[in-house]
Ligand binder design. Structure first.
Ligand code: PGA
Length: 242
């Protein structure tokens, strides 16, 4: 595991540079990028880097790791809406270059197969940008999720629903389920960059990276990944600014 700690203000740029390096190294890469508060600033920096570096994104493929169940794609809280607006559109990706699962209440269970088929068709994941929930979840794999789990519909924990309340305008409006890659799918990514910023993530980062490997802390499984890089800002690393 390689761990880098940045100054708080340098976090987004450092993460975006690592994604840009992956695209430069292999413009045919399949990327899987987490949506959320942690990555929104990273996406903005990556969109800017595309212009500065004249990054070739025409052969890139992107697959999302999860989506809320029962949320319309036109809803600004959906993963689809946010990642298309914040990243796929600015990178100029065509519709055939990316996949976000369709998770209307009727569709979510059926979508599992299409999700798995698209993952296979994209050749698996070369590079995954992963964030972590304060309860240690990765994608929507909540504490207790099996390490061997594959794509499935999962119940969101009360902790996760509380953490996402502001996104949906109230905890009661946060969906109760998500469609998500399983932990085995996450571990199958060839390279993982785990990112966390803010003091509220310091405790869980320590448990995930230094504590026992246990389904109680899903992110702890990442200690076993053969190509894991961790990028933290000083607050998430629990370090005092210099
Ligand atoms: P956040 O979410 O980036 O909004 O903190 C992380 C997560 O839920 O995995």
């Amino acid at each position: 595991m390689q761990k880098t700690v940045t100054a708080c203000g340098a976090f987004d740029t450092a993460a975006a540079q690592k994604i840009a390096q992956q695209i430069l190294r292999n413009p045919d890469s399949t990327l899987c990028l987490a949506t959320g508060g942690t990555t929104a600033g990273i996406f903005a920096r990556l969109a800017a880097l595309k212009q500065v570096l004249a990054l070739d994104c025409t052969r890139l493929k992107c697959i999302n790791m999860d989506e809320y169940v029962g949320v319309d794609r036109g809803d600004p809280a959906s993963c689809y809406y946010r990642i298309v607006r914040d990243l796929y559109a600015p990178l100029g990706l065509r519709g055939d270059q990316f996949y976000v699962p369709v998770t209307t209440a009727q569709q979510a269970q059926h979508e599992r197969r299409r999700f798995a088929e698209r993952l296979l068709a994209f050749g698996g994941i070369d590079f995954m940008l992963l964030s972590i929930g304060q309860n240690g979840h990765i994608a929507f794999n909540e504490p207790g999720s099996p390490f061997g789990g594959r794509i499935r519909v999962v119940d969101l924990s009360p902790d996760t629903r509380t953490a996402k309340a502001s996104l949906f305008g109230g905890v009661e409006k946060v969906p109760r389920q998500g469609l998500s890659l399983g932990i085995a799918d996450v571990m199958a990514a060839r390279r993982i960059l785990l990112v966390a910023n803010g003091a509220h993530k310091a405790g869980i980062i320590r448990r995930a990276l230094e504590g026992p490997v246990t389904p109680d802390v899903p992110a702890s499984v990442l200690q076993l990944h053969p190509d894991l890089e961790v990028l933290l800002d000083e607050a998430a690393a629990g370090e005092e600014p210099a």
